[in-house]
Design a protein around this ligand. Sequence first.
Ligand code: HEC
Ligand code: HEC
Ligand code: HEC
Ligand code: HEC
Length: 231
Amino acid sequence: MRKRLGIISLFVILFVGFITIWNYSYYEGQEEAYIPIENNRPVPLIPSETGVFQRSEFALDYAKMPVDENHQRTLYEYYKNRAYHGAPPIIPHPVADEKNMGGNSCLKCHQNGGFTEKYKAYAPVTPHPEMVNCKQCHVSQKTQSMFKGTNFRRIVVPKVGVNNALEGSPPIIPHQLQLRENCLACHAGPSAPKEIRVTHPERVNCRQCHVMNNKEIKDIGIFIRKPQANE
Ligand code: HEC
Ligand code: HEC
Ligand code: HEC
Ligand code: HEC
């Protein structure tokens, strides 16, 4: 009888203890401020704007980093690997496994960049580490010559350094934002082309001051391949 009473009172004590602790943590939780998220807000969230903060944890490191003058990339080198403005650059170096789609083997160097002794250059940081099938879009260049001449014209590249309304005011963003949400990947760090390396990587909310260029893009016309002499 005593044993049974003992067990029952043990459970009663445990039960009361549970209720007390649960009650305490419930009210504790209510004290924290939180903002209820409503899905029917009038201004929709723009997902691409969050990309601006993707590499912001490195911003202070970039701000303090000394510039390695001997291994700076230039905009000329940046455009050289691209068929046209905004096209995925070719892979300018040998690739270890031809059949591999990329993924971690590429991210080893391209996730956070850094100096690569083998190529005597800083690996450019990829603005899109989440797209792991790299070779879906980036391929090695197999030939320097064209298979067949065409009248394909490159889109004119936006000029740099002339995008401010006034001297000292923040320049507009002269390029589109598709695949370019992650500003610090291209504009900061040792692999950033020197003409566009930002002097203020620590101001992480870039789009607070830099606005889009909303000018309409000029139509480049219908592409018609030039007939060749032997056709
Ligand atoms: C050992 C480190 C390393 C690995 C691994 C590596 N890369 Fe690179 N990559 C570099 C370096 C360094 C450069 C810059 C080369 C230069 O400027 O001459 C570069 C340049 C590039 C560029 C040109 C970027 C531009 O803006 O012109 C692309 C694209 C690229 N790599 C894609 C890849 C892909 C895809 C893979 C995986 C199949 C890969 N890389 C694996 C180090 C690496
Ligand atoms: C859906 C196609 C696509 C995939 C998949 C993709 N990229 Fe890209 N990548 C692009 C395009 C397009 C650009 C050029 C962006 C621009 O100039 O606006 C680019 C640019 C780059 C650059 C140049 C950045 C710079 O500062 O010069 C690097 C490096 C790069 N990609 C690496 C990678 C790696 C590594 C992977 C795999 C983890 C990958 N990409 C997957 C389309 C892709
Ligand atoms: C894929 C690399 C890449 C990304 C990501 C990128 N940019 Fe750029 N940015 C460039 C290049 C290259 C130029 C030079 C003009 C051109 O080719 O479009 C440039 C030019 C600029 C300029 C004009 C600079 C001047 O001196 O006139 C501003 C401002 C700018 N970018 C802001 C941004 C902001 C803000 C973001 C993020 C929302 C961003 N960029 C993301 C590559 C990039
Ligand atoms: C508080 C406002 C502000 C924020 C935030 C800001 N910028 Fe700027 N940015 C400016 C101003 C002002 C200039 C013009 C500086 C000058 O002419 O001396 C400028 C110039 C630039 C330039 C031209 C080159 C240079 O450094 O002078 C680039 C590229 C650029 N900003 C990119 C960025 C990027 C990328 C970010 C986010 C990491 C960013 N900015 C955040 C105000 C801002």
